[in-house]
Design a protein around this ligand. Structure first.
Ligand SMILES: Nc1ncnc2c1ncn2[C@@H]1O[C@H](COP(=O)(O)OP(=O)(O)OP(=O)(O)O)[C@@H](O)[C@H]1O
Ligand SMILES: [Mg+2]
Length: 379
């Protein structure tokens, strides 16, 4: 799928922008603070309903305006449709697909699929587990309605169970009332975990292969799912060994054995909200030992793997958003990357250095200069 056209009005530092995008490679060149990330962010927002940089939607509206709008025309193999978002200082944000307004933000996922790689993602390897869970959740939620549904329900149950635990701690409720929530927690939670296990297994094999390519075959990456109840050395290698029932059984056991602690602490201590993903390079824990360059290569491999995974699920590639992340790769890795990706995946990439991409063996592409929220097509 790809974004054919994009219109921004009063979004961040854009006044009125109207542009057409190449179905292959789009390169945006500009100095710092000209609007490169803002443009990438607007497409991410169309895909997911929120910015990757801020939770405050009002930050996205131009400082001098009270409303911002993003519109896009998207083309997929099932047909095309228009998308529209309105952000307002005075009311909640609103979304339209093909002229029809959505009731909830969560209904937006699955229309325009994206994979974003921005400098913050370099934390994927060494940062907190929540970043790794976000990585797998966003990939899965975009391609699976069932997963979105399970995730929403799990979080609701988790919240309600937590407030009940708090009430019990304050003697406003009785411990026996937990059972009802326990059952649902395990039901939705184990489905989420089973999906994660299977998805990570497939993403792992793609990532391990592309990592070999990018690192010139010198290093071996291994990626494992680490469910909350396992220790690192027990991480799941083949999700095929686990059934959804087994996961549910393990989850229920963990819940049982942590009951006393949960009652004492007044909050839920077990569940997929504590899952993690493990990376090993040549059998060493990447979280502890990976250099910056090695982390970058792992993240790039994971993003490419996510592209392949999503393509298998949906039948076509998502749009790839690369914000300022390719220039650090050396020349040969960069051209290899653009050759393999540029001809089959719609890619929007930003850079401050136009020299970065001139010598490369570029596929079909358009290049734009961005200055002060204005775009000029350069070829
Ligand atoms: N709500 C807003 N209204 C007006 N301008 C804004 C708003 N939010 C951010 N900006 C401005 O937009 C400008 C461009 O930001 P952006 O993050 O897109 O830059 P960039 O081109 O990605 O730069 P860099 O190369 O440093 O990453 C910044 O100068 C910022 O101050
Ligand atoms: Mg930027």
């Amino acid at each position: 799928m790809h974004v054919q056209a994009l219109e921004l009005s009063h979004y961040r530092n854009y006044r009125n922008l109207s542009m057409e995008l190449d179905p292959n490679l789009n390169i945006f060149v500009g100095d710092n603070a000209q609007g490169k990330t803002n443009l990438i962010e607007s497409i991410y927002l169309l895909a997911t309903g929120r910015s990757h940089r801020t939770f405050r939607d009002t930050d996205l509206i131009n400082w001098h305006e009270s409303e911002a709008q993003i519109r896009a025309q998207v083309s997929t193999r099932m047909g095309g449709f228009s998308m529209r978002v309105i952000l307002s200082r005075h009311r909640r944000k609103r979304f339209w697909i093909g002229g029809e307004e959505l009731r909830r933000q969560s209904e937006l996922l699955g229309f325009l699929n994206v994979v974003l790689f921005s400098p913050d993602d370099l934390q994927l390897v060494k940062g907190s587990p929540s970043m790794r869970r976000h990585f797998i959740d966003l990939g899965l939620a975009q391609v699976s309605r069932v997963y979105r549904h399970d995730l929403v329900n799990y979080n609701k149950v988790l919240q309600q169970r937590n407030s009940l635990l708090k009430d019990i701690a304050e003697r406003k409720a009785r411990p026996e009332e937990l059972h009802l929530w326990d059952e649902q927690l395990v039901q939705y939670g184990s489905r989420i975990m089973y999906c994660r296990a299977k998805a990570i297994e497939r993403i792992a094999s793609f990532a391990e292969a592309s990592h070999q390519g990018i690192s010139g075959g010198e290093e071996v990456l291994a990626v494992h799912y680490l469910p909350f109840y396992l220790q690192e050395e027990e991480s799941i290698e083949g999700a095929g060994q686990f059934s959804a029932e087994e996961i549910a059984g393990d989850f229920a056991k963990e819940l049982e054995s942590s009951r006393w602690q949960e009652l004492r602490r007044g909050t839920t201590l077990v569940g997929p909200q504590r899952d993690d993903i493990l990376f090993r390079i040549d059998e060493k824990d990447a979280r502890q030992f990976a250099s910056q360059g090695q982390q970058r290569t792992v993240v790039l491999a994971m993003k490419l793997a996510e592209l392949e995974f999503m393509r298998e699920e949906v039948g076509e590639y998502p749009t790839l958003l690369l914000d300022d992340v390719l220039s650090e790769l050396d020349f040969s890795r960069r051209s290899l990357f653009l050759e393999t990706i540029g001809n089959k995946v719609q890619t929007l990439l930003t850079t401050t250095d136009r020299g970065d991409f001139q010598r490369d063996n570029l596929p079909n592409s358009r290049q734009y200069a961005i200055r002060d929220g204005q775009l000029a097509l350069e070829g």
